[in-house]
Write a protein that binds this ligand. Structure first.
Ligand code: GTP
Ligand code: MG
Length: 201
């Protein structure tokens, strides 16, 4: 008697893991976003901002900020038993950017966080992902007191391709952070389908 194929559910299934980056300029809320959404206590690599760093660490708009990420933030979200997201927050300051190549290896996509009070701080992140054809979306972190702009103005100011989504968010809010990640995954799936090389092509 031939044995039937064992039920799929009888075996522990290795989850599919997706890696997502959270990038953007200094103090834009990357560590905050990873902390808001991670189901584990995120690994952080914060160091205190010091008097010596004051000339290069521009905290205008985030004056309460007294630490900065020097290597990465790491968080995890289980979407289903078989689907886990790993979140990597990049360091914002240019002097730690050598970490980015390491962190972006194998990433599904990236969230570029932006603050409209200093939009130019995310140019470098946008440029980085465009050059490497890593799908990304721009999430404007709406700080209290910062002017609100329609997403079309942000798109124009950053000279984004028409397909790159621009969304508004509050990096402190779990639901808002979740919406950003869902938006990125949907965009990355579309992007990958559109840019897939034809077999043999
Ligand atoms: N009002 C407001 N404050 C925020 C928001 N997001 C972050 N903050 C504050 O802004 C500061 C900067 O947040 P971080 O999450 O450390 O920023 P970061 O992008 O990780 O900074 P670096 O790693 O140093 O580049 C912190 O003091 C947060 O409490 C927000 O949406 N609204
Ligand atoms: Mg940080």
């Amino acid at each position: 008697m031939a044995l039937g194929r064992p039920e799929h559910g009888n075996f522990p299934v290795e989850p599919v893991t997706l890696k997502i980056l959270v990038a953007g300029g200094f103090g834009v809320g990357k560590t905050t976003l990873v902390g808001a959404i991670s189901e584990i206590r995120p690994l952080r690599t914060e160091e205190r901002l010091t008097e010596a760093g004051r000339p290069v660490d521009d905290t205008s708009g985030v004056e309460a900020k007294d630490t900065t990420t020097v290597a990465m933030d790491f968080g995890r979200i289980t979407l289903r038993d078989d689907l886990v997201l790993y979140l990597f927050g990049t360091p914002g300051q240019q002097r730690f950017w050598f970490m980015w190549d390491e962190l972006s290896e194998g990433a599904l996509g990236a969230v570029v966080l932006a603050d409209t009070r200093r939009l130019e701080d995310c140019f470098a992140a946008v440029d980085y992902f465009e050059r490497r054809a890593i799908p990304f979306l721009v999430a404007v972190n709406c700080f209290d007191g910062a002017a609100r702009y329609p997403s079309e103005s942000v798109r124009r100011a950053l000279d984004l391709d028409a397909g790159v989504p621009v969304v508004l968010c509050d990096a402190r809010d779990r639901d808002s952070a979740r919406d950003v990640l869902i938006g990125l995954i949907q965009h990355a799936m579309r992007y990958t389908a559109e840019h897939r090389q034809p077999v043999g092509g």
